[in-house]
Unconditional design. Structure first.
Length: 67
């Protein structure tokens, strides 16, 4: 069951990641999405925020037309 929650959290982060016009907005929105997902699945909110922020910034820098 815990494995399913982790997989669900990853997909939730990916789905919420593509937002923000500036680097700061991208980091903030990704961090909030990551922290929220981690808290909802019983994970560490700080780790979720870091992963979410990094993931959103990386995604938006790689695919700027999708953000």
């Amino acid at each position: 069951m815990r494995h399913i929650a982790k997989i669900s959290a990853v997909f939730a982060l990916l789905g919420l990641a593509a937002c923000g016009d500036t680097l700061g907005e991208q980091a903030l929105i990704g961090g909030a999405a990551g922290a929220g997902t981690a808290a909802a699945t019983g994970g560490d909110a700080t780790t979720g925020a870091v992963v979410g922020a990094a993931g959103n910034v990386a995604y938006c820098r790689t695919y700027p037309s999708r953000c």
